[in-house]
Design a binder for this molecule. Structure first.
Ligand SMILES: [Zn+2]
Length: 344
């Protein structure tokens, strides 16, 4: 079922209408990008989207952002500092991350739907959860892209009947979180996603591929809460709380409305997915079917997971939500500016 996306070429990037033209993507970085089907497809999708315009260079060193689209008139755009393109590894990671945001932030996509519902319902906790979950998806996309590159590296070495180069071995250690790299960002993210995928694989039939992805995005979002944004220098915990407060200034604080939803009713012996997802998943994946279904529902009922599962809702429903979002924008003066800027 796999489909192959046309390679990203220097000629394509250099075209005067190309949306990535502002970025200095080296030939080595290009070669690495073309080792990931997901990243190629993400770049082609961004280029083809009606809701994005040309990527811009962020003047602030290290900054990486995706400014989310509000409509075709207020489109989204990548806003990345030029030093993030200094190495091929840095290039693929920042593109995978920010394009990961782009994928879930398009008007009909998962996070846009969560956010629209949160705004319509004036639900600050749900809004804050969406802020965290979009980061989870961005991190998940990074992991996916890096894993694909490592797999392609192995395949290429096999075809050429040679061992991995020293550089490829190094890259594998870092990206797969071996040894000292297990506690570093990239390695840590890989291990979080793999643990869930492995657990799901050991218990076939319990989780769909989509649920595994959702669980991984949720876990990566939880793990990201203490990380520092690349430009506001707040933790994501602080950043998402401030974003929710500025978007829903009149609503009750997230803590007051959110705790009941965040702490679903579970028997006291059962681990809480928000406190310890690993323990929760371990328990969930080894439970009998009835318990598993109940725990899966608990996961689905969490503010981030609840609406993401609604990814499959009918188009008509989506249209209604989009209209509601437009109306919410029209009613709230605070929404006039393209306010939602995601930080790396
Ligand atoms: Zn981000």
């Amino acid at each position: 079922m796999s489909t192959f996306t046309t390679a990203i070429t220097a000629e394509w990037l250099a075209d005067k209408t190309n949306k990535f033209k502002a970025y200095n993507i080296s030939p080595d970085a290009l070669a690495m990008i073309n080792r990931s089907e997901a990243l190629k497809a993400d770049m082609r999708a961004y280029a083809a989207s009606d809701y994005t315009v040309a990527a811009r260079v962020n003047p602030k060193t290290d900054a990486g952002e995706y400014s989310t689209p509000m409509s075709k008139d207020i489109p989204g755009y990548l806003h990345i500092a030029s030093n993030r393109f200094n190495t091929p590894e840095g290039t693929v990671s920042i593109l995978a991350h920010e394009l990961g945001h782009f994928r879930v932030e398009e008007p009909n996509a998962a996070i846009a739907t969560v956010r629209a519902n949160a705004l319509t319902g004036k639900d600050k906790a749900a809004y804050e959860s969406a802020c965290h979950l979009t980061e989870g998806y961005a991190h998940y996309n990074e992991v996916k892209v890096r894993d694909e590159i490592l797999e392609t590296n192995r395949l290429a070495a096999e075809l050429e009947q040679r061992p991995l180069t020293e550089q490829e071995v190094q890259l594998e250690s870092r990206w797969r979180g071996e040894g000292v790299y297990s506690s570093r960002g990239e390695g840590q993210d890989h291990l979080i996603a793999r643990r869930i995928a492995d657990a799901a694989r050991e218990e076939p039939g319990h989780m769909t591929a989509t649920q595994v992805m959702e669980a991984a995005a949720f876990a990566l979002a939880q793990n990201n809460r203490g990380n520092i944004t690349s430009n506001t220098r707040q933790t994501y915990g602080q950043f998402c709380e401030a974003a929710a407060s500025s978007m829903l200034p009149g609503a009750a604080p997230a803590q007051a409305t959110g705790e009941a939803q965040r702490m679903p009713q579970t028997p006291s012996k059962e681990p809480s997915p928000t406190e310890d997802l690993s323990a929760f998943l371990d328990r969930m994946l080894s439970a009998d079917d009835a318990t598993f279904r109940r725990m899966q529902q608990t996961l689905a009922d969490l503010p981030p997971g609840r609406e993401v599962i609604a990814e499959g809702i009918e188009e008509v429903n989506r249209q209604e939500q989009w209209v509601a979002q437009q109306q919410a924008q029209a009613q709230q003066p605070a929404m006039n500016a393209p306010v939602m800027v995601m930080r790396h």
